[in-house]
Ligand binder design. Structure first.
Ligand code: FES
Length: 85
């Protein structure tokens, strides 16, 4: 069974990635591995576009007042288990 990876769009902030994941540059060089970004076991990826440390969040979303809306055009229905309709 493959390791579980979860990506959570945080409220008004970055995408939080948890699980055994490697983040790579197009060249294939490893940018970050699980838990490496901040020691919490999660990697936080910018989704506001304002980070000066892309692809990571550097909290610039706070400075620019980034607002996300749950249920926007990119959202899908809530996770209800594998195979749920
Ligand atoms: S989401 Fe935090 S800097 Fe973009």
């Amino acid at each position: 069974m493959p390791a579980s990876i979860q990506i959570t769009a945080t409220a008004d902030g970055p995408n939080m990635v948890t699980g055994a994941v490697e983040l790579l540059w197009p060249s294939g060089h490893v940018i970050s591995q699980e838990g490496e970004a901040d020691g919490s076991g999660a990697i936080f990826l910018c989704r506001c576009g304002a980070s000066n440390n892309k692809p990571f969040c550097d909290n610039s979303h706070l400075r620019i007042g980034f607002k996300s809306t749950e249920g926007d055009a990119t959202a899908t229905k809530p996770k209800q288990g594998l195979g749920a309709a």
